[in-house]
Design a protein around this ligand. Structure first.
Ligand SMILES: Nc1ncnc2c1ncn2[C@@H]1O[C@H](COP(=O)(O)OP(=O)(O)OP(=O)(O)O)[C@@H](O)[C@H]1O
Ligand SMILES: [Mg+2]
Length: 254
């Protein structure tokens, strides 16, 4: 595809730039991004579209003609993200958090039997961790083995910047790059860590609300936290490593 001149840059991060093309959104990855990851994100999105979760439609995966790298094109959902709303109206944080939690619980009610398996992904990521010794990796794998097997749709990066309050009043979820089928509690542990990076208070408020509304024991989320922190560490973003390692120390060595 040709990137048009008339585009607005929305986000620029590590290996990608997200542009608004008016009626479409294009995520442009540089040449360091494995092309299989771009197709995987598109396939995840197509599967999520098909299972009925409100999400932008996947339209195209294409090599760029006037630059290096690959692009993922999706429909644009006109609206505002929940993150923007939470920042603009902090006094309404509680109200937005309720919408956010109810939406995540709704997603956890879906299944999509062909999505990648969360357990396989965690096992692979823990195995690849060169920052942890073999004993700690073994402990984490054992803990993962001991967790109940579930097959619910998990977003894998569910945070308020990936929820769009559409101009039609409906909520939509974007950014399905990390989606898997697995345990909702692991997905909750991920969201908890994402909140905790910025605010421990918000993280605790989120966790309490989710567990209360979904009737989920908090202890189960806590059991997942070390596994999730380890797999985040394996992404090698090299930010927040100390924060993540502190969560991995939660592993019980007995
Ligand atoms: N289909 C869409 N419609 C409207 N806005 C979108 C759409 N897709 C993305 N956006 C906006 O662009 C922002 C960045 O997109 P996205 O979340 O997919 O990328 P990212 O967070 O950089 O990805 P990743 O989490 O994989 O690193 C979103 O937070 C949202 O504001
Ligand atoms: Mg995002």
């Amino acid at each position: 595809m040709l990137l048009p001149d008339s585009k607005t840059e929305l986000v620029r991060r590590g290996n990608k730039v997200v542009y608004d093309l008016g009626d479409k959104i294009v995520k442009v990855f540089n040449e360091t991004k494995p092309v299989s990851d771009v197709f995987n994100e598109a396939l995840n999105l197509a599967r999520i579209n098909e299972c009925g979760i409100r999400s932008p439609k996947a339209l195209e995966v294409s090599q760029l003609e006037n630059a290096n790298g690959w692009a993922l094109v999706t429909e644009k959902v006109p609206g505002t993200t929940l993150a923007e709303k939470m920042t603009a109206e902090p006094q309404r944080f509680g109200e937005y958090l309720e919408m956010f939690v109810d939406l995540q619980i709704e997603i956890h009610g879906y299944t999509s039997p062909l999505l990648n398996r969360q357990r396989d992904k965690f096992a692979r990521m823990i195995d690849s961790l060169d920052q942890l010794n073999a004993t700690t990796r073994y402990n984490l794998q054992e803990r993962l083995d001991g967790m109940t097997k579930e097959f619910k749709v998990c977003h894998g990066d569910f945070n308020p910047s990936n929820v769009i309050v559409g101009d039609d009043g409906q909520l939509y979820v974007c950014d399905w790059a990390h989606a898997t089928q697995g345990s909702p509690a692991a997905d909750v542990a991920t969201t908890y860590l994402l909140f905790a990076l910025n605010s421990k208070d918000q993280a605790e408020a989120y966790l309490e609300l989710y567990c209360d509304r979904a009737d989920m024991p908090m202890q189960v989320v806590r059991q997942w936290t070390s596994i999730v922190a380890a797999s985040e560490l394996a992404r090698k973003r090299n930010v927040n490593d100390e924060f993540l390692k502190n969560w991995i120390d939660v592993v019980d060595y007995q």
